[in-house]
Design a protein around this ligand. Structure first.
Ligand code: GDP
Length: 324
């Protein structure tokens, strides 16, 4: 049994990025476990601004921080807005990590992404692959910032003795995801396109790339559960991978989303759009040794996400119809 050397129950916990998909899932689980959740007001505290973050954290004095705030987006958003992806992420993590040190925060968990690993890393990707080769160019802006975040935590641990740790999730999906077609990741993008096609009797949905790349997907509720677990049991320098350890092709994923949404038309592959890295699947042995495994299977996670999306769409439509 893994020992809980930092039990969260009863602690004051700052969730940076509480409005995002990951932050809101972590917030939900923390509240269920009896923690006092602190969130930075927006507008009021811009997480990219060191002074604003420090002032707020010194006043609030959290015991622990989940650093889930980030500029995130799919392959197209990274490709077209590189400056935002590198600057915003560097600024947010520097401000929050330094703010945590100055406010005397006992423990901080930094959330990264599996795209920190080299494009040609051995699959499934183990933690030791970090910085062993060139990155996938379509998201290197974001990846470089996230690698710097891991290094910040390691440096603060070595120089200041701060118990700051890093978690690298695989591709995430779930309620609260970004369904905007220009900036979404593949699951919300395909779900949105197939839903639109279904309700308007569209015959075809365009899938970007060749359909051949392989990806691994983790439901955000599983990720939140993993983040709390790691915060309670782990105090090491190396980043820890969190995923399911299972991947599938984009074509297989598209078919599964078709089944979940009830779209029965054709899938057309647009090869002018980038495939990105050919395979991305994490080795989750370390997390398993730390006593955690993913519980939500992809099909039921997709169904849950689709229910949420349809509900959110209906709410938006009703608000528009009501003039608000
Ligand atoms: P990545 O994992 O960082 O490459 O990010 P994405 O989730 O954006 O893309 C994953 C894979 O899905 C890539 O090979 C995309 O080309 C492919 N894909 C297929 N259709 C879509 C789509 O409509 N939107 C996005 N974002 N990706 C798509």
């Amino acid at each position: 049994m893994t020992e809980r050397d930092f039990p969260l129950a009863g602690k004051r916990v700052f969730v940076a990025g509480h409005l995002g998909m990951v932050g809101s899932a972590i917030t939900r689980v923390l509240r269920q476990r009896g923690c006092a959740v602190l969130t930075a007001p927006r507008p009021g505290v811009d997480l990219r601004r060191q002074e604003e973050v420090e002032r707020w954290m010194r006043a609030e004095r959290p015991d622990a921080v989940f650093l889930a705030a980030a500029r995130v987006g799919g392959i197209w958003a990274n490709h077209t807005r590189p400056a935002e992806f590198i600057y915003d992420n560097l600024a947010i993590q520097s401000a929050v990590i330094e703010g945590a040190r100055r406010a005397g925060v006992g423990k901080l968990l930094f959330l990264g992404s599996s795209c920190i690993y080299p494009k040609l890393a051995t699959q499934p990707i183990a933690e030791g692959e970090l910085l062993t080769g060139p990155l996938e160019p379509t998201n290197e802006w974001y990846a470089v910032a996230k690698i710097a975040g891991i290094k910040l935590c390691q440096a603060y641990r070595r120089q200041y003795g701060c118990n700051y740790i890093s978690l690298m999730p695989t591709n995430l999906y779930g309620p609260g995801d970004n369904f905007n077609l220009q900036s979404a990741h593949v699951i919300p993008a395909l779900m949105h396109k197939m839903h639109k096609a279904k309700v308007s009797d569209g015959a075809e949905v365009v899938v970007w790339g060749s359909g051949a790349p392989r990806r691994e997907f983790l439901h955000v509720d599983d990720l939140a559960d993993a983040a709390l677990h790691l915060m309670e049991v782990y105090s090491g320098e190396e980043q820890i991978n969190v995923g399911t350890g299972r991947d599938l092709t984009i074509a297989e994923l598209a078919q599964m989303i078709g089944e979940v949404t009830g779209f029965r038309g054709r899938l057309a592959y647009d090869r002018s759009k980038p495939d990105g890295t050919l395979r991305k699947c994490l080795d989750v042995t370390r997390m398993a040794r730390l006593g955690w495994r993913a519980k939500i299977d992809l099909r039921s996670g997709l169904a849950d996400t689709y229910r949420w999306f349809v509900g959110a769409e209906d709410a938006l439509r009703m608000r528009a119809a009501g003039g608000r």
